[in-house]
Design a protein around this ligand. Sequence first.
Ligand SMILES: [Zn+2]
Length: 450
Amino acid sequence: MNPLKHVDIHMENLISDLQTLIRQPSVSAKNEGIEECAKLVQKLLKKSGVKSEILRLKKGVAPIVYGEIKSKQNPNKTLMFYNHYDVQPAEPFDLWDSPPFSGTRKGNKIFGRGATDDKGELITRIKAVEACLKTTGDVPCNIKFVIEGEEETGSAHIEDYLKKYKKKFSCDGVIWEFGYVDAKNRPIIGLGMKGLLFVELSVKESIRDAHSSLAVLIKNPAWRLIEAVHTLRDSNGKILIKDWYKEVTPFSKQDLKLIKNELFDENDFKKEFGIKSFVGNKKGIDAKKALVGGATCNVAGFVSGYTGDGAKTVLPSESLVKIDFRLVPKMDPKKQVMRLKKHLKSKGFSDIGIKVFHGEAAARTNSSDPFVSQVKDAANKSFGKSILNVSNAGTGPMYPFVDILKAPCISIGSTYMFSRIHSPNEFARIDLLKKMTKCACLIMENFGKH
Ligand SMILES: [Zn+2]
């Protein structure tokens, strides 16, 4: 029996609560309205029947709003909803058709900063729990809410919070803060995120720039860096640092099946970017595999010398390159940094400075985990169809959840892929909010049953 199959979602309540949330600015980058928004979220949780408290780490760190409701029928299984109440800055204001913190409703859309990212997603989770309680007087499993306030500035303290409140946050599965819905209204169920290692390499050769006639005697730091960077990867994209792929395991049969079915139109993609071929001339399944599970060594920026108008014969004194490496599961960022350092030293580049800006491991939930089919079933019932994605090509702070809480983590949501998140005129689609709220009900039900 599915008591929640015909659950009643009160959309007018949902919309007005979402508007209330949007009207409270909460820009983490500017520390604007963070405390106020945390309190508002706590109030909304309580109003929906969820016990809630504000958790703190230390001064200057945005609080986490924590919510919990115990299941009477099934107190041994716990599902967590991870979301964030902070938003991106709304600038440039003049490009908004309605004020960014107004929550203006037009037809099927609610406009405002955070309408989708992440206040829209958050409200679907809260209203799902509320609908569940109203329909059945209980929740199908214990529910925990972890709602942070620093996601848009990089979730700098989420790992510390998870460590500090490990026991409080313990759970058997996590629903990630968002999920895309494609142009054909299919939610994309994401099972993972790649990791990221961001470094800066630099060479300082002389104490000042020199006349380029002196290039016969003074070494050029740009050449030096080019030579070093050249040793990091081959022209097919393979990273040449010793043991870089050592711990990486191949895709499972099940993963390969999903990757094969992944909707990716090579020609559309090439047209979109105006390119003729892919790295290493990848085609078909190899291009899909690279998106889902390929590691990269990408030159994000390279500066040295003069790049202004006209000519200037100068020999620069220093050079600098910023490189981002996308990491795949089992690559430990700390270990990879050591390998990079060792590589440069062994190739004779010990004069090159290395600065590490960011290191984050990849996370991926096993596609044969029962949680995956529970979410998939819920999505199919609510949206009519859905797509499983083994891993997003991008990066998010999923690893600490999987690592510290030892729980599978899945992303699904109501974020229409063209909903202008992080841009002016961000909006949420009311039809998708409704479908996602129902989907969250069914996820809880499926999760509680097994
Ligand atoms: Zn965002």
